[in-house]
Ligand binder design. Structure first.
Ligand code: DC
Length: 226
């Protein structure tokens, strides 16, 4: 019996973390957890309910009303984000949410709320979790930590294609501005900013196909799993 480990994948917005994390989890028969979806779902709740996230009390009250869980969808073969029993997997990908999520994710109480749940999900190991602070704060002892990066232009192009399919009104400028803004806020916030863990391995996928990046990550994983 192979030992089960925790694999963390952190990095900049839109450099393919979730694609790799999902494929890696599938190959290893592990559970994939999209930590960004949790921050997005919280942001959606705050926007819908006009919660002022600059006020501690308002945030604390609102968090009490929020239940997040991932449920497996047999048709799409992936786990999807539920906010208070509602499937929000698709709405949380909107640019409306993306425009505010970094501000919401910088709020200390929001992070404590999300991180506690993420750590619980990792208790049994056998998970691949992607995000910004997974290798540094959520699972500092994870056996394999990957830090992903890719050229800016490539990242903008990839995210644009993805969003354009859903909304043909979106412009490349909007996408570029949003990525730059999120990267800036995510890496400059006071509470657990995005940074590479000292023991993380860098995976730059600018010139890699999805298949190649999976092969590299699988090799790293197998070295750790034994
Ligand atoms: O991975 P994503 O693009 O879906 O994440 C959305 C936002 O959530 C991202 O801009 C920053 C925040 N986030 C975070 O602060 N910490 C994480 N572990 C994951 C995401």
């Amino acid at each position: 019996m192979h030992k089960k480990i925790i694999i963390t994948i952190d990095g900049w917005s839109s450099c393919g973390k979730s694609t790799l994390a999902k494929q890696l989890a599938k190959e290893l028969n592990y559970v994939y957890i999209d930590s960004g979806a949790m921050y997005r779902a919280i942001t959606l709740y705050f926007l819908r309910n006009h919660v002022d996230w600059t006020k501690h009390k308002a945030v604390d009250e609102a968090l009490k009303e929020i239940t997040l869980d991932f449920r497996y969808n047999e048709h799409s073969n992936q786990s999807e984000m539920y906010l208070n029993d509602e499937n929000v997997e698709y709405v949380i990908r909107d640019l409306v949410v993306a425009e505010k999520v970094s501000d919401v994710a910088a709020v200390r109480e929001v992070r404590q709320f999300a991180v506690a749940q993420q750590q619980k999900m990792g208790e049994k190991k056998g998970i691949v979790m992607d995000g910004r602070d997974i290798g540094t704060v959520v699972f500092p002892k994870a056996a394999l930590k990957i830090f992903m990066t890719a050229d800016n232009a490539i990242r903008v192009e990839r995210r644009f294609k993805e969003l354009f399919e859903k909304n043909p009104n979106v412009t490349i400028e909007e996408v570029k501005n949003n990525l730059e803004m999120r990267d800036y806020i995510d890496s400059h916030r006071e509470v657990s900013p995005l940074r590479q863990a000292d023991d993380a391995i860098v995976l730059d996928n600018t010139n890699l196909t999805m298949k190649q990046q999976l092969e590299i990550a699988l090799r790293w994983a197998k070295e750790k799993i034994g």
